[in-house]
Design a protein around this ligand. Structure first.
Ligand code: PMP
Length: 281
């Protein structure tokens, strides 16, 4: 990770090295946190964050699902994100907001623990590598099952859930693959360790729905992964079965990149440009 100058922490901008927490922090012991992964892009009209408000609303919703009251509103966090991009002088960066139960009691129950909230920003290139974006990546079907919705609410982007993703991607990496695909308890495709999965069959795009019970597995056809970090990445191989890189994937990838780089009118509303302060205008 490349260090940057400041980190936004509980309402203040602190030096990178000073953004510290106590080892007794509840979230460290029990994974009781929620987070987001967001990208800001440099566009012809300045820095723009892709669907910033939607990401922050998801953070807020994830927190509610864990019974955590965020001490800042979505609007506060939106302004803080833009402020951080500006002070770190990084119009193109990855943004990582994270909220977690802090230092107080260390019983498993989080009742009464304070909530800390932090936003980091740093430059992060292609999540699955530049080569992966162009030529596609090789994925392995994980021997780890995706955590079920009655284990932890799966629409919450919760830190503890990512132990499941970490085990899966580490297993895949150790076996020489770029990424893991996790299946549900019933054996249906759920998602990647950090991306959603899509296939293209006869020109139609399929992805598991939220209940993850419609997709009858991966076929020999075009497939890709997508996520804010991973953008649109072709999936050229699953478990040593060659899928290749297909035209629909490349078209979608180009459309996505045009959108986030401010070159598309169609989805222009998804880019949240920094608002100029009266002093700058
Ligand atoms: N699935 C998982 C498990 C993820 O971690 C992510 C990344 N947040 C995604 C899917 C893709 O979500 P998004 O497009 O919001 O980045």
């Amino acid at each position: 990770m490349r260090e940057t100058e400041k980190i936004w922490m509980n309402g203040e901008l602190v030096a990178w090295d000073d953004a510290r927490i106590h080892v007794g922090t509840h979230g460290l012991h029990y994974g009781s946190g929620v987070f987001e992964g967001i990208r800001a892009y440099e566009t012809p009209n300045g820095s723009a964050v892709f669907r910033l408000t939607d990401h922050l609303k998801r953070l807020d919703n994830s927190a509610r699902l864990l019974g955590m009251d965020l001490p800042f509103s979505v609007e506060d966090l939106r302004l803080a994100s833009h402020e951080l991009i500006a002070v770190n002088g990084l119009p193109e960066c990855y943004l990582r907001p994270i909220a977690f139960f802090g230092y107080g009691e260390l019983g498993v129950s989080a009742v009464g623990n304070p909530v800390d909230i932090v936003i980091m920003s740093w430059p992060w290139g292609a999540y699955l590598g530049e080569d992966g974006l162009k030529k596609g990546i090789r994925a392995k079907i994980s021997s780890w099952q995706r955590i079920g919705p009655n284990v932890i609410p799966h629409v919450a982007k919760a830190t503890g859930v990512y132990l499941n993703s970490m085990l899966a991607v580490t297993e895949a990496n150790r076996a020489g693959y770029d990424e893991a695909i996790l299946l549900t308890a019933e054996g249906y495709v759920a998602d990647g360790s950090g991306e959603n999965v899509f296939i293209v069959k006869d020109g139609v795009i399929y992805t598991p729905d939220l209940s993850t019970s419609i997709l009858p597995g991966i076929t020999r056809d075009e497939a890709f992964m997508c996520g804010t970090a991973a953008e649109v990445t072709p999936l050229r191989e699953v478990d040593d079965v060659e899928l290749g890189v297909g035209p629909v994937t490349l078209e979608l990838q180009a459309a996505y990149i045009d959108t986030v780089r401010g070159r598309s009118e169609r989805w222009a509303q998804w880019l949240e440009y920094a608002e100029r302060t009266p002093a700058e205008a």
